[in-house]
Design a protein around this ligand. Sequence first.
Ligand SMILES: [Mn+2]
Length: 341
Amino acid sequence: MSKDIDVSPIIAEKAPIILEEIKRANRILLHCHPSPDPDSVGSALAMKFALEGMGKKVTVIKGDSEIPLAFKHFPGADSIVNKNFFEIDLSDFDLFISLDSASQQMISRKGDIHFPLQIRSINIDHHVSNTLYGDITLVDHSSPALAFVLYQLFLVWNIEINHDIAINMFMGMYTDTGGFKYEGVDYRFLKCATELVKVAPDFKKALFILENSNSKDAIYFNAVALDCIGTYLNDNVVISAIPNKRLVEKGIDPVVASGSGIENQLKSVIGWNISALMIEIEPNKIKISFRTRDSERFDVSKLAASIGGGGHKAAAGAILNTSLEEAEKLVLSKIKELFNL
Ligand SMILES: [Mn+2]
């Protein structure tokens, strides 16, 4: 079987333009997005290895958040620099490549980032909500994981996919699709995954660590989350709204908590068509994750966008600086308005 897959037209068009820009640069900056997921970290590390193979000096910064313990075994994770975007000096670099980040806020929420930057920038992403910032943009929203976009870029660029690149890309592709189950997974995507596991047959070990590095906080958090459930709009909508004080009194770290995966359990109930996990991560700051069982009828990326967030049709999110009650009211009114419930 050849490793080739049909490269999507947008990637085929942009690949040579991006490569030219990379060739002109020597020192390249990459980042992880706030609350990084495996697609963010895996893509940044895969890109780092690919660029280093071209002889570039590459720095990956962790960005706003800590790299979760469950990703520390990704090859190259120990090289991630412990800084956010505002703690680096852009004049140390020639090029910034933003990955898996729909807007400037996904590079950092610690301040405003204005494009064009003082150095050249490339925006490579797969979110429909991408705001097209940066000097060069490649947004392929047909791809369910950014790592799959990178695989196709590397194919055009003739990059050899080694073990470390393969593990990083596989982690992103696996998790961004809920284990190859979400919209957009097709034979091309699975063929790419096949090629990756051919190079990295130890992917099972990496997945085991990824999925079994829960802290006890995550389990206690799930108990609180399930205790805070309410259903609305004829049981079409389930909301778990978690007050900050419930987390504080149990000593649960809200950052750890938000990675517990409870949002995927909520949508597993027949009839609960839209789920919203609302965590008051600090007083009057609400982190919301939307999921849906039926992304054709209930495109939650539109719901998230209507309150200033973004994401994908089946999984999206937003952050609101309001009380939990107001956030709940707002979300329910937007759901009514958008989906006629
Ligand atoms: Mn992604």
